[in-house]
Design a binder for this molecule. Structure first.
Ligand code: HEM
Length: 148
């Protein structure tokens, strides 16, 4: 069982890295996309990059992170409702929910860009760009230090 747990954790971390890489990159693409003129070659290229990043990397990585994370939580250190009673996991899941909500918003903004209908400024996406990094730091501190 220990080795199954270790395998799941390894793939959980791989999925987390892919999800976070995408979540850190997509708002940065939005920042540059804001500066591209509508209908320009550059703007159309950003559309393709954003769609592929979301469909090929970010969406599957988020699903894998959730499935593997919940599996780990269920197996726990010694099972029988696993880690679900632990305060650190509950706090972590709240932060992961926030990250997932941001993911959903990014998907909506991508659709707006695809329709040449972006309603936000470059500054807005620059600020949004910092949020996944902040959530990532808090989540990793919670899961590694398990402070409560
Ligand atoms: C709902 C989603 C998630 C659940 C239920 C979940 C749950 C878990 C559980 C139970 C562990 C094993 C902890 C241990 O054995 O000590 C773990 C490990 C880990 N998780 Fe998650 N996780 C989720 C999402 C995330 C996210 C979004 C990140 C990062 C942004 C993340 C980062 C990590 C890391 C780095 C580890 C390895 C910690 C270690 O081995 O010390 N997880 N996760």
């Amino acid at each position: 069982m220990t080795s199954l747990y270790a395998w799941i954790k390894a793939f959980h971390i791989i999925a987390v890295i892919a999800w976070m890489a995408g979540m850190l990159y997509l708002p940065r693409l939005f920042v540059y996309h804001c500066a591209a003129e509508k209908g320009s070659v550059q703007s159309e290229t950003f559309k393709v990059m954003e769609r592929r990043l979301l469909r090929v990397i970010i969406n599957p990585a988020m699903i894998a992170t959730w499935v593997l994370g919940l599996w780990l939580a269920w197996l726990g250190p010694d099972s029988r409702f696993g880690w679900f009673d632990a305060g650190w996991l509950q706090a972590k899941m709240a932060l992961v929910l926030a990250l997932s909500a941001l993911h959903g918003l990014c998907a909506r903004w991508r659709k707006d860009f695809a329709a040449d209908n972006n309603r936000h400024s470059q500054k807005f996406y620059r600020i949004i760009n910092e949020v996944p990094a902040l959530l990532l730091i808090l989540i990793v501190l919670l899961v590694v230090l398990k402070p409560f």
